[in-house]
Design a protein around this ligand. Sequence first.
Ligand code: ACO
Length: 439
Amino acid sequence: MSTTPSDIKATLSFSDGTPAIDLPVYKGSIGPDVVDIRALYGKTGKFTYDPGFMSTASCNSSITYIDGDKGELLYRGYPIEQLAVQCDFLETCYLLLNGELPNAGQKTEFVNLVTRHTMVHEQMQQFFRGFRRDAHPMAVLVGSVGALSAFYHDSLDINDAHHREVSAIRLIAKLPTLVAMAYKYSIGQPFVYPRNDLSYTANFMRMMFAVPAEDYKSNDVMVRALDRIFILHADHEQNASTSTVRLSGSSGANPFACIAAGIACLWGPAHGGANEAALNMLFDIQRQGGAERIGEFITRVKDKNSDVKLMGFGHRVYKNYDPRAKLMRETCHEVLSELGLHDDPLFKLAMALEKIALEDDYFVKRKLYPNVDFYSGIVQRALGIPVSLFTGIFALARTVGWIAQWNEMISDPEQKIGRPRQLFVGSARRDVPPLAARK
Ligand code: ACO
């Protein structure tokens, strides 16, 4: 979809004598209007300045919509609360990729397609063996997903819609296999091949937890919980990793390389790495005395001179309860009661911490609420997933969002290579002094 101007114009005037200019304003289907500043530099010789993209729409998109003040998240118009309850992850993938939910026939066809692409090239095993066993799974994933472009040359023409579709399916299908391989490699167990008679998520759990010595039977409640984690993480409009994927893709780089770039960005603790950091924070508080130490911990969080943050709290866009966090909290209850862990001390600690933070003026004033990562770590830990793999699970789930956004960008007639400019504050032109004259 390309942008069409509305009747509204924005007039930008300057106090330095530069003539005022009119800028077109566009209306989306919902959400804030945008001012088109593309002609600004040509007409005035000035750039806009917006580090961190606080007020910048970097593209137009029809995939995911967030209303941060309401705490609303829609995939292709459908509320996340309905998708999480009425659909499974592969239906959600189909929706994100194609714009509509699949009917029964389309679903069967799509599930078949993804299922038939779950194996990775056998030589990927050699590639894995080059990593140290104690490598962080995200390091392994950045490398191995990037390496897929060395194995699947036949789907790398980004201008061919069929190639793009095949690459999308390969990525969605192979990520669970690669994440499970990263885990198996780290614990010294043999890789487990995918099984096509299982659902996407049950197959992933089997590749994670089965061993050749005995078979593995997954628990339906746990499979459903993990599937829900996948749905909740599937897309989130123009966040840091998605913008990384779009920027990488804007140069024409292949989709496997672009998704590897997204995974690298996701790894950071301010983004997808927060689920690992949130659980480690809970462990730390528990080690130091548990609930009794929450007050002291919160004091440190609020201290401007400390760099302690309440991990799993706060969000650039949500200034209300993250709707994904609500669903994740529910899933947490379900999984812990299924496992007979109603009294899980970590969950209790998280709930106590949440209650205190939500009542504290510091958090209230700044509109800091729990985000999806606050509870997802507790659920994943209960499912037997090691802490170091949490962000890898996030990457697995977000791959569909990344590839849908990448595809949308490639198909957009307005697409150009991303090339931000800067406010230069360094030295103006100067001459190189001879070595002997340098201080
Ligand atoms: N703990 C304590 N204070 C916080 C927190 C937090 N988790 N988050 C924000 N603040 C404070 C900031 O110090 C700042 O205070 P100030 O106005 O006194 O300077 C104010 O709230 C605004 O915060 P910013 O950092 O300006 O907000 P920004 O939008 O840039 O950051 C971010 C958002 C990165 C998510 C931040 O809230 C954070 O670091 N949270 C913890 C990490 C986390 O949970 N990340 C996961 C995000 S969700 C996801 O990726 C799936």
